[in-house]
Design a protein around this ligand. Structure first.
Ligand code: ATP
Length: 207
């Protein structure tokens, strides 16, 4: 089943709900109301109910949602019910931290390959992943890797994105501080930590 009319904002909140449900399940909760889930995730209960209404009705009045069932359903919608492999390009300071980060696992994400241009880095093994020469990027197609994380410098970003698209990648998490041009069949999410932080001082009280 495809859910074609789901707003992007709803899709972006699904991993937040998933994190809340995993927490609730760890605490032994079998059922959860939208009010309780709201406390775990900091999203209004009406918003949660509205988001879930796009996928049919999971809840039972007076009982709430079945935690396990909802967790499985959200994973299925996000297509992370099966493990999804990703390739990392650029194993500098940031790339190294991404490779060592254990948090992808709960979402079924597996950084299965890493590539760099620097000969000193190629061949090194980080957390079970051997850094490969960027010239081998094309091999990800037959390795069925359709997701990528980019942590290359800005000047290499567009070229890297083009190569990833050529290699069949359909989703890119981009840490390079720039906008990437890709076909509309490819989804890019850009995370620019410095840019995100730049809006924070605005909210500081005047001293
Ligand atoms: P950062 O903390 O951002 O990773 P850094 O100083 O470690 O910074 P950068 O110059 O930002 O390094 O480069 C990040 C990584 O990307 C480096 O390991 C570099 O060798 C690699 N890199 C640079 N150009 C390319 C490219 N075209 N393809 C693949 N990897 C590249």
């Amino acid at each position: 089943m495809r859910y074609s009319r789901i707003p992007d904002e709803t899709i972006r909140r699904l991993p937040i709900y998933l994190r809340g449900l995993i927490l609730a399940s760890e605490q032994g909760q079998k059922n959860i109301s939208s009010n309780d889930l709201a406390e775990y995730v900091g999203i209004y209960p009406w918003q949660i109910r509205k988001d879930f209404s796009y996928f049919g009705d999971f809840g039972t009045r007076g009982v709430g949602y079945n935690v396990g069932k909802l967790e499985r359903e959200i994973k299925r919608i996000l297509k992370i019910n099966i493990s999804q492999k990703a390739a990392l390009v650029g194993v500098g300071n940031l790339g190294m931290a991404i490779l060592a980060f254990p948090g992808f696992g709960i979402y079924g994400l597996d950084i299965a390959a890493a590539f760099d241009i620097n000969p000193k880095k190629i061949g090194r093994n980080v957390k079970g992943v051997t850094i490969e020469n960027i010239s081998k990027l094309g091999t990800i197609k037959r390795r069925k890797i359709k997701l990528a994380v980019m942590a290359v410098p800005r000047k290499a970003a567009q070229e890297t994105a083009d190569e990833l698209v050529k290699a069949g990648v359909r989703g890119i998490l981009n840490f390079s501080p720039c906008y990437l041009l890709v076909p509309n069949t490819v989804k890019v999410i850009t995370i620019d930590i410095a840019m995100d932080m730049a809006s924070l001082p605005y909210y500081m009280p005047a001293s």
